[in-house]
Ligand binder design. Sequence first.
Ligand SMILES: Nc1ncnc2c1ncn2[C@@H]1O[C@H](COP(=O)(O)OP(=O)(O)OP(=O)(O)O)[C@@H](O)[C@H]1O
Length: 465
Amino acid sequence: MNGYCPQHKKNEIMDYTILVVEDEPVQLESLAGFLSKQGYRVLKAANPEQAILNIRNSAVDIVLSDFRMPGMSGVKLLEAIKEINPSIQVIIMTAYGTVESATDAMKLGAADYITKPIDLYRLQVLIRNIVERKQLISENRLLRQQLTERFSVDGIIAESSAMSQVLNVAGRIADSNASVLITGETGTGKELIARSVHFSGSRHNHPFVAVNCAALPDTLLESELFGHEKGAFTGADRQRKGRFETAEGGTLFIDEVGEIPLSLQVKLLRVLQEKTFERIGSNIVLQANARIVAATNRDLEAMIREGTFRQDLFYRLNVVSIRIPPLRDRREDIPPLVDGFVRRFASENNKRIAGISREAMDALMKYSYPGNVRELENIIQQSVVLTRGETIMQSDLPVRLNESPKSSKPVMSGDETFPEKVEAFEKSLILDALSKSGQVQTRAAELLGISERHLRYKLKKYSMK
Ligand SMILES: Nc1ncnc2c1ncn2[C@@H]1O[C@H](COP(=O)(O)OP(=O)(O)OP(=O)(O)O)[C@@H](O)[C@H]1O
């Protein structure tokens, strides 16, 4: 064994029990000694049978087990442990030559593996990560329970550690008044998280008001946010409250904040600094006391460098930042999301769907999801509607799941309706333009002869981003 190992903060980990399974007595004692010095409760087993007895009789959190032992292999032991208690995390210790079997063990549910001679520093990090994950999961369970108990934000599915982190932060900041900036690609769940921040916090019995800055022309956006008096501009035929006013005491969700034109950014910044505003055409000062949660799929820091987004506004919005990773970077979330969506759409469509075939799930696991969770949701909705049997088959999934991602040819069977043909044609034109412009949207929009905003709208509509 080698390596350097600083002491942990004991109070955080004292509650964790680690069972060390090793048939080589010196190694067993040395590992057990090291781990108890770290502050863990440690149990020892010299063979797999004793290990199983220990697991049955004590509350074990983590098992650190040798891979090759007389009587029972590490894999068999792993299977037995998982059968007794699937939440026990198993780390396999293996010699260099057997790394492949260790990765097989991971497929069977081992949390990780470590090669011999054991690098104690790496072992310490491995165990630390597992402990932190376990802590997060139990905290999230609690938070989720609180969320459902208070104002239900059902249906947030978060199995991956990345999404667990996101939920954890959302839960922690729910009661504060700090502005929040949620970033992430289109369809990753930014609005869902914004809602959970609102509904799990102290503002939950005040309104949650959303404004989508990309959906409104620049001229309307200002009056949408701040409201206007009758006659304030052509077409203002009556007084109208803005979203700041409607969100009074609650949360104002400013979606696609990167689309706000510079002139309006100045005004928004002033409102956030002074916490007051006026309706357009009025000089009565109103209080702005909604909590601000903003979201964007654009790189605001790059926009600051380009001069299209104000740095001071960015700092005002980004007091707490939450980044939601794209679905392709957290594929562990795909199976539970599929499961949740199948149930939802089966019930909405009064269909009995038992599940999804292994081939269909494989295809879903491999796909890149440019439109993230929204795209997966649409795929499942469509498949539930289309499937004839009780199991969703690969043939029920859209053809693009079996294609190379760059293909730009619209795939037509001849049975499509007119709008479907138009959609397929538009998509192929857009893909073509993006490919010719090296994926630069400004340039692609020029090639297509449409505005960049219009292009972004189409990309979002067709879940192509
Ligand atoms: N973790 C999740 N669990 C369950 N459903 C989810 C999850 N994440 C996203 N969804 C669903 O995916 C869809 C898209 O989510 P949402 O509108 O929150 O994404 P967004 O990032 O705000 O999208 P956009 O950038 O396009 O505004 C919604 O129907 C939402 O309910």
